[in-house]
Write a protein that binds this ligand. Structure first.
Ligand code: ZN
Length: 712
């Protein structure tokens, strides 16, 4: 039927699945039946858009004729803040983000994300004022665009649109006032009552980077450098009981400046009068005085628990019982959950819980870099570590030996696993947790490969009927994600896909996934041999690291199967030497390989604060950049936590085999010669791909040099 409209209308969920792109509006109109609409008839795609929900299919078809389809690649700005608004946009596919600049600090703020069924740009169309926010595409996005002239005519023609518009505007106002809840403030410009400042003990303010700035009607306006800091909010609610907290955001620098200067002055002045009129503070807040130490264990407020694991199962001895008691304290449970939840939300790959001499450090690895999230009081150590060990089904009374376990949780319906390891360290057991996001929402070759021609080439390779495709690169270069993305693209009921993995990092529906287990002799080679008796079409082998696996993979490829696997080599051309070392005959490699892909991951420059930067001529030459090529660096802003980088971006080198390369491989040519031949045949190598990313401002020279020089 001719209603290809998306069904999902999520607005703020980042994991919106890519909806199939609907046909262009005019195509939809052309293909739609001319018959009168009836109850059972599928919705016209416009009817799913609130503004037009009151119109009949026929009326929608009239409206659609006035719209123009426009497509936006990821990162493209669709409307810019301050620009004149002369059209409105209806998202039919994709995902956009709406950002607004804070006039005080010049920092961009993410207001919301929008997906299919939502629209934007109507405000300035109605008011005639410049655009109040910037909207840019996060995914390939298609919009139906309605211009001012047409909009006015439609409005006159269909009064129902006017009614729907009123509802939309009311929603918008409500959303806007919610977002105002977390506004940006500039401490230097504020008059802060010293008595309000004394509501919280200074160590707590410094620890959590928070500052009480106003207090009225039992509402505390709290300036925070990180409004997601749940632990801070919990702590503060414990100190000032029963208070409503309204967070506002301050920059780290503003906070530091204030604490170093204004805070000292304000509190000094207040010190003496406070001594004489001691009742003032409690009078002001109507609650007990602030306490000086942070003590999560004493908290009596934190009660909402959401545990999915059966805690009683492992209790057997008295000794364990003590630890169990410590770990079952409600604040401890909440703290453990907060850490896991925050880590997932922040896109963390590893969590480190590190007991130190006087406190417990919590660090997250985000985009490959470890950062301190929080220092917790020493007294939570025993409970927190025990809690995490129970969740991981580890023996809580065993503290002298390293242990490995696993935690499985659900977050917003997504299954997420933590691989947990505990080791005895000087100041107590150190816990490290690797997060394995098993849902496949992040998979998709188009999500990992940014350069269109290379993406096309990879898609061509993975859809071959038989042969081997190798993905190479050092550990942590994203090889597994690429392979899974390839599988996710070709996965359909008519194809039998089997994988041998160690560990299983994603769940793919409809795919037979087998976990290798060396302890019982279930290695890749053995699984692979078993697969071949199971009539597979596509086989994924986690890694080719021994002769037997390499040879069975080649055999499978030559008998009509498509095999995906990884190799530990630096370049695409280097794969053949490595295979040779594993004992694969050159003529067999030549006959079985359809392509080799090498890859690296670098940190992606923050697209909000990148700025052009000078580079040295030698480096310019080395990377093959011309005098006119502009390169960028990240300046650091609120969006990227002042890091200048956000997320990661892959560098790829894709070698598709052809007659010339096959003949070279069969003759045992050197890695250099094969590489040169591939480049001559049009291969974009790692360095050239890095050049593309640099020119697009997606990464910086420093990042590229770190990963690409490895190959030289
Ligand atoms: Zn930034």
């Amino acid at each position: 039927m001719a209603t290809p409209a998306p069904t999902k209308t999520t607005s703020t969920n980042i994991s919106v699945p890519v909806t199939p792109p609907p046909a262009p509006p005019d195509a939809a109109a052309a293909a739609a039946p001319a018959a009168a609409p009836s109850e059972g008839q599928p919705l016209h795609f416009l009817q799913r858009i609130k503004l037009f929900s009151g119109l009949s299919v026929d009326e929608c078809q009239q409206v659609v004729k006035r719209m123009k389809r426009r497509d936006f690649p990821p990162n493209q700005i669709i409307v810019r803040e301050g620009a004149p608004g002369n059209s409105m946009f209806f998202i039919t596919a994709g995902l956009v983000e709406v950002r607004k600049k804070d006039p005080n600090t010049g920092i961009d703020f993410l207001l919301t994300e929008m997906g299919p069924g939502q629209n934007f740009g109507e405000m300035s169309l109605l008011t005639g004022k410049p655009r109040t926010a910037t909207v840019s595409a996060l995914q390939p996005t298609t919009c139906a665009v309605l211009e001012q002239k047409d909009f006015q005519e439609l409005f006159m023609q269909y009064p129902k649109i006017g009614l729907a518009l009123t509802t939309i505007l009311a929603d918008r106002v409500e959303q806007a006032s919610q977002q105002v809840g977390i506004e940006f403030i500039n401490l230097a410009k504020m008059q802060i009552d010293p008595r309000v400042l004394q509501l919280l003990p200074q160590p707590m303010m410094v620890q959590h980077r928070v500052l009480p700035v106003a207090f009225a009607n039992n509402r505390l306006t709290l300036a925070m450098t990180n409004p997601n800091n749940i632990i801070a909010l919990d702590d503060i609610r414990r100190v000032i009981k029963g208070v409503m907290i309204e967070p506002v955001i301050v920059t780290e620098e503003d906070f530091r400046k204030f604490m170093n200067t204004t805070y000292q002055q304000l509190t000094k002045k207040e010190d003496e009068p406070a001594a004489t009129s001691g009742g003032k503070q409690s009078e002001l807040i109507g609650a007990p005085k602030a306490e000086v130490t942070v003590d999560l264990l004493q908290s009596d407020i934190i009660r909402d628990l959401q545990m999915t694991e059966d805690l009683q199962a492992s209790v057997t001895t008295d000794n364990k019982q003590e630890l169990m008691n410590a770990s079952e304290d409600a604040p401890i449970i909440r703290l453990a959950n907060s850490i896991l939840g925050l880590a997932i939300k922040k896109g963390t790959s590893d969590i480190h819980i590190e007991p130190m001499e006087t406190d417990v450090q919590v660090r997250f690895r985000i985009d490959g870099v470890l950062q301190v999230v929080q220092n917790l009081p020493k007294k939570v150590q025993l409970g927190l570590v025990s809690r995490l060990k129970i969740l991981s089904k580890l023996d809580i009374s065993e503290k002298r030996l390293p242990q490995d376990g696993r935690i499985s949780v659900q977050m917003e319906g997504k299954p997420i696993d933590f691989r947990v390891s505990s080791v005895p360290a000087k100041w107590g057991e150190k816990i490290c947790m690797r997060i394995l996001d098993k849902s496949n929402t992040t998979l998709g070759l188009d999500k990992v490969i940014s350069h269109e021609p290379v993406l096309k080439l990879v898609r061509e390779l993975v859809s071959q009927p038989y042969g081997i495709m190798y993905v190479t690169g050092p550990t942590g270069s994203g090889k597994t994600t690429t392979l899974y993305s390839a599988l996710a693209e070709i996965n359909e009921p008519g194809i039998n896909i089997s994988t041998a993995e160690d560990p299983i990092e994603y769940d793919l529906p409809g795919v037979v996934q087998i976990q290798a287990n060396k302890d019982i002799g279930l290695d890749f080679a053995r699984i692979l041999r078993a697969f071949l008796r199971q009539d597979p079409d596509v086989i994924l082998v986690g890694e080719t690291r021994d002769k037997e696996t390499a040879q069975i993979a080649v055999e499978a490829a030559l008998t009509g199967h498509m095999v995906f696997t990884t190799l530990h080599t630096n370049s695409a051309a280097g794969a053949f030497v490595r295979l040779g070392e594993m004992g694969v005959e050159p003529f067999l490699m030549s006959a079985s390989t359809v392509g080799v892909m090498a890859q690296r991951l670098t940190r992606r420059l923050c697209q909000k604060c990148k700025e052009p930067t000078e580079i040295d001529d030698t480096v310019r030459q080395y990377l093959g950049l011309s005098k006119d090529d502009v390169t960028y660096k990240g300046k650091g802003c609120e969006y990227c936590n002042e890091k200048g980088v956000k997320g990661r971006v892959g560098i790829y080198e894709v070698m598709k085999m052809n007659a010339e390369l096959r003949s070279m491989v069969a003759k045992g040519a050197s890695t250099e010669d094969i590489h040169a031949c591939a480049v001559k045949n049009g291969m974009i190598d790692l360095k050239a791909y890095a050049g593309i990313l640099l020119r697009e401002g997606l990464t910086s020279v420093e990042e590229v040099l770190q990963v690409v020089s490895v190959q030289e």
